[in-house]
Design a protein around this ligand. Structure first.
Ligand code: B12
Ligand code: SF4
Length: 560
């Protein structure tokens, strides 16, 4: 019966009408890996590096459900075990938080929980990017949410299946103190104790003033969240978990730099936790840099992106190519005087990249700045971005590619200026430059702290795994004519290589997804519902049209 009505029910008011809603058993699962780790080496790496990718909103959803009087079970899946073992079996509602890479696993799990009669809800980056695709597997697909939208979901106020949203950015998050239980589950060890790598997420702003065409925040408005909340969160962390890393989930930290840093500086100097953040280079300059050191900034990850574009947010005006390189080298040296850990994000294969130049400039950057960790990204057309729209319009999106391949080492576009084989050779060349033993020794010598050295050594190992994966795809491209024809745009059907890979990644869950379901829905998404329908569930309306017969739920009786 949905929503279940039980003796332990609590009253809820919807649209002036009084309903009795039981205490629900709710699962919140954040999926941050696409498969179960198969080797102990992977398990160690995932536990150190992937686990820390847990995000803020699923924790907020868990807190809200608890505050609304329900029994909540929150977990993150980063490859450690069978994801089904992380939550109880008999859940009434399961919220999935998913990025696009992990979407196939989320789809398979959604099918399982539907069989068990749970309401399935997906939110997070994938739901924002590809809501229509999600709609095939979930009852509700959430774009933007807040506590009241979650409450309405629990009151069964929406038709199923639906794409729903508050229609505005979330600005009211539970405090860290309220999220304490979720923070321990996501970031601490089994005994609930913080480890050396544990990170507690906080947020000081949402939205971003820049408009990078590959980012889902390209048209959002920057909003600074209340200073008092950040101050209270930082104070709570400093007193409860001194020394632990604080991770800012801001899309672009410090757009109102002085205001945010003023808040951090309200804590006494010795009490400030080390922190990590993503920020534009344009923000990180001049007399702001000493303040980063003063406030205990440990790691910063600005985007360089390309050598012929994105110069605005890199703070180099209209400079491109060699000139941009020289300015960046000087700028990164300056930052390194004040911040021990630095990452530079590159994007290779954009519309304006062509020939050897971007490769040579990136390699030169790597050689000249051994203390900077380079991430070299493949262009990925996430839905909801101008990149997606333009590549779709130009016919360059490999439409049959399941969305779970939207990450390195997989190429899901036909690039304007590079043949696929040439492209892989060049990406590999840059990864090789970054991961040689000689480079590792130079990196270790160029960094100051033991923490930064350990970090760089582990990331070198991680990047060597990426390199192996890139080389594997290149080998297949060279030897498999079907695969090459697909990437050259001469063949429409998904090659057997990707079918095999898809099933291999799903492992024991592979049988839940048919060949037909592997095919993604690539069309632009329909409008989202921003107003809840607020209606009593109608008896007999519980069938999900896209589900095979054995998975349909029995009709339910309205509890109103
Ligand atoms: C902070 C951040 C990180 C951090 C923290 C990770 C995290 N998951 O938050 C770090 C640095 C670790 C990171 C890593 C990566 N990231 Co990142 N990251 C972001 C960033 C900048 C902000 C996310 C954020 O917290 N925003 C603030 C919150 C409040 O907003 P929100 O996430 O949009 O959430 C709203 C809704 O989506 C919804 N919602 C969100 N979660 C849930 C869950 C439920 C259950 C419900 C109902 C609703 C819901 O409600 C919220 C309020 O309305 C976004 C870009 C952006 N500007 O949004 C990219 C972004 C999420 N990252 C992205 C990527 C690709 C990555 C990496 C794969 C990059 C890489 N190459 O390694 C990795 C791996 C991520 C992973 N999950 O494994 C992509 C994801 C695209 C996609 N469709 O999958 C994004 C969107 C950037 C982009 N290209 O546009 N990232
Ligand atoms: S600066 Fe960062 S958050 Fe802002 S639009 Fe560009 S990639 Fe997105």
């Amino acid at each position: 019966m949905w929503p279940p009505v039980a003796n332990r029910s609590h009253p809820a008011r919807v649209s002036g009408e009084r309903r009795l809603v039981a205490k629900l058993k709710i699962g919140i699962l954040e999926i941050i890996n696409d498969s179960i780790s198969q080797s102990w080496r992977n398990r160690v790496y995932e536990a150190q590096f992937r686990k820390i990718y847990a995000s803020l909103t699923p924790q907020a959803v868990s807190v809200w459900c608890r505050q609304l009087g329900h029994e909540t079970h929150y977990a993150t899946f980063y490859g450690q075990t069978d994801p089904q073992d992380l939550l109880p079996e008999d859940l009434d509602v399961v919220f999935f938080a998913v990025d696009t890479r992990s979407s196939a696993l989320a789809y398979a799990l959604a099918k399982l929980y539907r069989r068990r009669n749970a309401l399935t809800v997906i939110g997070g980056a994938h739901a924002r990017s590809f809501p229509l695709d999600c709609l095939r597997f979930f009852d509700l697909v959430v774009h933007d949410c807040d506590k009241s939208l979650i409450e309405k979901i629990l009151l069964d106020s929406f038709e199923r299946p639906s794409i729903i949203s508050t229609g505005r950015m979330l600005t009211e998050f539970p405090s860290v103190e309220e999220r304490k239980q979720e923070v321990a589950t996501a970031s601490f060890d089994r005994r609930g104790k913080p480890g050396r790598m544990s990170i507690v997420n906080v947020i000081s702003s949402v939205g971003c003033p820049y408009d990078c065409d590959f980012c889902i925040d390209w048209k959002s408005t920057y909003v600074m969240l209340p200073n008092e909340r950040l101050a209270a969160d930082l104070n709570f962390i400093a007193t409860t978990w001194p020394g632990i890393f604080v991770g800012y989930s801001d899309p672009n930290f410090g757009v109102r730099f002085d205001e945010v840093l003023d808040v951090i500086e309200t804590l006494p100097k010795g009490a400030r936790n080390p922190y990590v953040m993503e920020s534009s280079l344009a923000i990180l300059r001049g007399n702001r840099l000493p303040r980063l050191k003063e406030t205990n900034c440990f790691f910063v990850a600005p985007g360089v992106e390309g050598w012929s574009d994105y110069s605005n947010k890199a703070g180099v005006g209209k400079k491109v190519g060699e000139e941009k390189l020289e300015l960046l080298v000087a700028h990164f040296h300056e930052i390194h005087e004040f911040v021990p850990g630095i990452q530079a994000n590159f994007l290779f294969g954009t519309e304006v990249d062509r020939g050897e130049e971007p490769v040579e400039l990136t390699k030169e950057f790597i050689r000249r700045l051994p203390f900077v960790w380079p991430t070299i990204n493949i262009p990925v057309p996430f839905g909801g971005t101008p990149l997606y729209e333009s590549q779709l319009a130009a016919g360059r999106v490999l439409r049959p590619m399941p969305f779970s391949f939207y990450y390195l080492p997989y190429l899901v576009l036909r690039l304007k200026h590079y043949h696929p084989i040439e492209y892989y050779e060049k990406v590999i060349e840059m990864h090789e430059e970054a991961t040689t033993n000689k480079m590792l020794i130079r990196r270790l010598a160029a960094t100051r702290t033991i923490g930064s050295r350990t970090h760089l050594a582990l990331r070198t190992l991680g990047m060597r795994n990426d390199l192996a994966a890139l080389r594997e795809v290149l080998e297949w491209l060279r030897s498999d004519s079907e695969l090459l024809a697909f990437h050259e745009g001469r063949r429409e059907e998904l090659p057997s290589y990707y079918r095999w890979r898809y099933r291999e990644k799903l492992g024991p869950y592979a049988e839940l997804i048919s060949d037909e379901e592997m095919q993604p829905v690539v069309d632009p998404p329909p409008p989202v519902i921003t107003q809840p329908l607020v209606q009593a569930p109608r008896p007999g309306t519980r069938r999900r049209p896209s589900e095979p017969a054995q998975l349909t739920l029995p009709p339910k009786v309205s509890p109103v």
